[in-house]
Write a protein that binds this ligand. Structure first.
Ligand code: SF4
Length: 427
């Protein structure tokens, strides 16, 4: 079992280069009580947690002060006591010392589905970020409690689109386009939200004829939307929307950006009339760090290197890579390589390092030489995991994530539309 450490060095074992902030060595509880904490330190260090986001209180001292070895022993003991009453889910981007305790490791959608395969579980402990726990709650039985060990584990990208701004945008588009379908029965615009969004936005899509997508099925979902609508409003990730639509042949000039802080999103009425995909001004702070210079450097240092990046990376990076695909795609591509291969990967460093350890026959490294994990995922320190598990042993449910029924129902509609398009889709 991996021993627990609060420092970045542990999760970046084997990775060359420096970290993006010395503050990464601090315990996440050092920011829990700040009045207006940012998402940093880490990749999303420039982003500020929205005022309405759930707040994490002070982690009890017995967990803050516990040694790594003590925390590990307490987690193992609590897990053994709970048996199959609790299931622990660990996202691919999660720290190793938390993933070591997970019953399932995967992407957000795989994990939400995995939870449903454990019928005896009364509690689903989701070691990921807030929108993932919400999705698990939407798909779980009502008597199952979904727990997020640290409420401050949000997602800076998901928070870039909130329900009020999207509703304002929608009303402006309705003023512009009207609401009547054209002669082929296609409505003016279909909303499509990436899985990385709040439950409220999934519900918005469910209520407005829209759908959810993942990075695995974005092209199939866009095809579905184009059959039903003249255009798509895609949120929150501009890069996934642009990369996917471009690969489908949509010209860049037909993909205007919607910046919620600007009049008409920063576009003019003609651009919006001509649009096929309107891209929300959102991005992932982790994947935004990748650039073409890193790929050029990898090609010089390792001739023949296979470069695979996540489609949340900017378009120029996706264009310069050999392949682009979801976390699941990246995993499968490496697993399928029969000859020793050098892989340069453009996604979160924890996942890349874990793949490197899992497949020692290959040389696998992260394109970004600066170690900069998803700082929100990183907030699920083992101390928080021990805290919520021991709470369950005492019969106390800590940090339950509950999506209200009036949001969960339409959100489920949008998720089910996605499943009907391609069952088993994953992020
Ligand atoms: S890697 Fe990016 S999109 Fe994923 S949880 Fe972290 S900030 Fe959000």
């Amino acid at each position: 079992m991996t021993s627990v450490d609060t420092t970045i060095q542990l999760i970046s074992a084997g990775a060359p280069g420096t970290t993006c902030s010395p503050d990464l060595a601090k315990g996440p509880w050092e920011i829990d009580l700040e009045p207006n904490p940012g998402y940093g330190p880490g990749s999303s260090m420039g982003d500020i947690i929205p005022a309405g986001a759930p707040r994490q209180g002070q982690l009890p001292a017995e967990y803050r002060d516990a040694s790594d070895i003590e925390l590990e022993a307490r987690i193992v003991a609590a897990k053994a006591t709970l048996g199959d009453r609790a299931v622990i889910l660990g996202h691919f981007y999660q720290r190793d010392e938390v993933v070591a305790h997970a019953d399932f490791v995967g992407d957000s959608f795989q994990l939400a589905n995995a939870a449903q395969t454990v019928p005896n579980a009364e509690a689903i402990v989701f070691c990921g970020v807030h929108f993932m726990a919400e999705t698990a709650d939407i798909l779980a039985r009502s008597d199952q409690a979904v727990i997020l060990p640290n409420l401050a584990a949000g997602c800076s990208m998901a928070d870039m689109a909130d329900i009020d701004s999207v509703t304002e945008c929608w009303e402006a588009l309705e003023d512009l386009y009207g609401t009547e379908p054209d002669e082929t029965d296609r409505v003016p615009v279909i909303p499509v939200t990436y899985m990385n969004s709040s439950a409220a936005l999934k519900a918005f899509c469910g209520e407005h004829g829209g759908i959810v997508c993942t990075s695995s099925n974005a092209a199939t979902v866009l095809e579905w939307a184009f059959e039903r609508g003249q255009r798509v409003l895609f949120f929150p990730d501009q890069h996934l929307g642009r990369n996917t639509a471009k690969a489908m042949g949509v010209p860049l000039e037909q993909m205007p950006m919607w910046n919620p802080r600007k009049e008409l999103g920063g576009s003019d009425a003609q651009q919006l009339h001509d649009a096929r995909v309107i891209l929300w001004h959102g991005f992932c702070s982790v994947h935004k760090r990748f650039n073409v210079d890193q790929i050029d450097k990898a090609r010089v240092e390792f001739p023949g290197v296979r470069v695979i990046v996540h489609p949340e990376c900017p378009m120029a990076v996706v264009d310069a890579a050999d392949e682009a695909g979801s976390t699941d795609y990246i995993r499968k591509a490496i697993a399928a390589a029969t000859e020793p291969t050098v892989f340069a990967i453009g996604t979160e460093v924890n996942m890349v390092n874990r793949l490197a350890a899992e497949y020692p026959q290959h040389t696998i490294f992260c394109l970004d030489p600066v170690v900069c994990p998803c700082s929100t995922m990183y907030r699920i320190h083992p101390g928080y995991l021990a805290w919520v598990l021991e709470g369950l042993v005492r019969g106390e449910v800590i940090n339950r994530i509950e999506v209200p029924a009036d949001v969960a129902e339409p959100a489920r509609v949008a998720l089910e539309r996605m499943l009907a398009v391609r069952p088993g889709a994953s992020r």
